[in-house]
Design a binder for this molecule. Structure first.
Ligand code: HEC
Ligand code: HEC
Ligand code: HEC
Ligand code: HEC
Ligand code: HEC
Ligand code: HEC
Length: 400
């Protein structure tokens, strides 16, 4: 290989390196943001303009200045109390629904969430997204990864072309200077010859192989992280039971049917007998209600399809969270009372549990059990007692 070509190959590698590292930081920002968003915000917000518990966050970076967003995420109630008009209007519009504060999020983390929201909206919309009925589109399904990959491949192709063109120029120049005068060959022909030369160059080949391997490795890791995550899962049920109708319109309490949710580990899915409390009188003739009768006659339970399902290795207790922790169902399940078909809104990953345990204050008011702990904690800490301070990050609390 002549010296000029060698310089070019070096140039190629530094360019590749620069490019790969820029890509990596960008992708990492959006990827960190994606995890943070899915673990902390997705129960109440979509990254599109769909309204869930709170407004869809699409376009938020244009709607609000970043300083405002940071203040808001750290402490929404403080922003509202400060008299901020935008915040108060929004709060009233959402019927004074209180957003969870995230005082521990760094500005960088909040920016990465916004980067993810912007990236997922910049990505070309999935073909079905427009046509799907409202609510059926999986929240945050559009991954920032998709757009990044397209961008990456596009830039790579451009780069290779620029390189070949440069090589052509260098070759022509060196031939001119050495007095060879075959530069009459048509431009395209020279271009093709140089492309061949470049492809034959072993350093370039190795470079391309390494790059392909890196790219493949990243895709594999991404796929592995996605395994077992069923966010957005909303299976069809054997009876068209609607939470929107029962829990929303008729305002039947969640624990009327999910009898264990404040007392036990499991929330329980109601047996047909509970349905019969009402449906022995209401809508008896409906074919859907007839299915309840059939189940009771055959003495078989209704075959509800399970939506949320942690692996056996993890221990989760409802009453610990709803009763002791005073959390609302929507913190983890989203607004089920607005769902025609139940959908899994949170990721249910370990990171999701841990993130919340890092951020959430222990509800210690009026709980004598915590008095001593709070006293000890406040002696050497200025921040309120968090779940992580009572052992919420210990492996054995969540794993048998
Ligand atoms: C428990 C539900 C809930 C969670 C969790 C939640 N929010 Fe909110 N958020 C709301 C509600 C409700 C509003 C509307 C204002 C109000 O009622 O307080 C809102 C408003 C906002 C707004 C202003 C939106 C606009 O259109 O101006 C931003 C920004 C925001 N949230 C960001 C976040 C981020 C980032 C997270 C995750 C770190 C998050 N929220 C988690 C419920 C939630
Ligand atoms: C009239 C009875 C009834 C009421 C009231 C009710 N549910 Fe349900 N719920 C069901 C039935 C039946 C299922 C199983 C079928 C389904 O998924 O739609 C279910 C399923 C669920 C699931 C999914 C369970 C799984 O398999 O993972 C969640 C979460 C849930 N309900 C939450 C709530 C919340 C939150 C409320 C209150 C806002 C509520 N439910 C009120 C009857 C009820
Ligand atoms: C506390 C009373 C109550 C309970 C308990 C209850 N329902 Fe209902 N259900 C209603 C009411 C009220 C309606 C609306 C009837 C109407 O539209 O006239 C309804 C409507 C329905 C419908 C729609 C029927 C149709 O064809 O329009 C289905 C399906 C249904 N319920 C299934 C169930 C199932 C399954 C359970 C048990 C998990 C259940 N319901 C428990 C009160 C109840
Ligand atoms: C801290 C988060 C959290 C809160 C708050 C929460 N849930 Fe759950 N819920 C879960 C998880 C996690 C699962 C899956 C449990 C499993 O697979 O073992 C689940 C499962 C369920 C199921 C499926 C049946 C079962 O027992 O596994 C129902 C029904 C349910 N929740 C209803 C509710 C209702 C109603 C409320 C509010 C009163 C509520 N949940 C509050 C996290 C939560
Ligand atoms: C929305 C926030 C939130 C999420 C999500 C959440 N937790 Fe919790 N968790 C809490 C709070 C708050 C407490 C403290 C309750 C109390 O006061 O004892 C708690 C306490 C616990 C405890 C008892 C800890 C101790 O030291 O006493 C366990 C175990 C636990 N959670 C398991 C889980 C698991 C497993 C998941 C995920 C599947 C999960 N949690 C998801 C908020 C959350
Ligand atoms: C607050 C609850 C919680 C704590 C604390 C916790 N885990 Fe987990 N862990 C979970 C949940 C929930 C899952 C299941 C997640 C899933 O299915 O994606 C899990 C999954 C795992 C898995 C299986 C991973 C996989 O992909 O199947 C391992 C291994 C694990 N945890 C190890 C640990 C270790 C080690 C610690 C202590 C440093 C720990 N966990 C602390 C909740 C917790």
């Amino acid at each position: 290989m002549n010296r000029n070509n060698f310089t070019l190959v070096k140039f190629l590698f530094s360019f590749l390196f620069l490019f790969a590292s820029t890509y990596a930081t960008l992708a990492q920002d959006a990827a960190e943001g994606e995890t943070l968003f899915k673990n902390n915000c997705a129960a109440c917000h979509s990254s599109t303009d769909e309204v869930l518990v709170g407004p869809g966050l699409k376009g938020i970076s244009e709607r609000r200045p970043i300083e405002w967003i940071v203040k808001w995420v750290h402490n929404p109630q403080a922003v509202i109390a400060s008299g901020d008009k935008y915040a108060n209007d929004l709060y009233n519009k959402f019927n004074k629904a209180a957003m969870t504060p995230y005082p521990n999020f760094s500005e960088g983390q909040i920016k990465s969430i916004i980067a993810y929201i912007d990236a997922s909206n910049a990505a070309p919309a999935a073909p079905a997204a427009g046509a799907a009925p409202a609510g059926a589109a999986a929240p945050a399904a559009a991954s920032s990864g998709g757009m990044m990959e397209v961008l990456l491949v596009g830039l790579l192709v451009i780069m290779v072309f620029v390189l070949i063109a440069l090589l052509s120029i260098v070759n022509t120049l060196s031939k001119l200077s050495s007095g060879e005068a075959d530069s009459e060959a048509p431009l395209m022909q020279r271009f093709a010859e140089n492309a061949k030369k470049l492809a034959a160059n072993s350093a370039v080949k190795t470079g391309i192989i390494i790059f392909a391997l890196l790219l493949g490795g990243k895709a594999t890791i991404d796929a592995a992280y996605g395994v077992g995550i069923h966010q957005g899962y909303a299976p069809e049920q054997p009876i068209k039971f609607s939470h929107k109708l029962h829990a929303g319109q008729y305002q039947i309490n969640c624990n009327y049917c999910h009898t264990g949710v404040y007392e036990g580990k499991g929330a329980n899915v109601p047996s047909a007998n509970i349905c019969m409390n009402c449906h022995n009188a209401i809508k008896r003739e409906s074919p859907e209600i007839q299915k309840i009768y059939q189940a009771i006659e055959k003495d078989e339970p209704i075959q509800w399809v399970r939506v949320h399902n942690l692996p056996d290795l993890a221990y989760f207790n409802h009453s610990q969270h709803t009763n002791v922790g005073n959390l609302e169902c929507k913190n983890c399940h989203g607004e089920v009372e607005k769902m025609e078909v139940v959908e899994q809104r949170s990721t249910l990953t370990m990171g999701w549990c841990i993130d919340c345990h890092r951020n959430t204050d222990v509800n210690a008011k009026g709980n004598a059990y915590y008095d001593k702990l709070v006293e000890v904690h406040n002696k050497d800490s200025k921040t309120p007692l968090k779940v992580q301070n009572i052992g919420g990050l210990e492996c054995s609390k969540c794993h048998y």
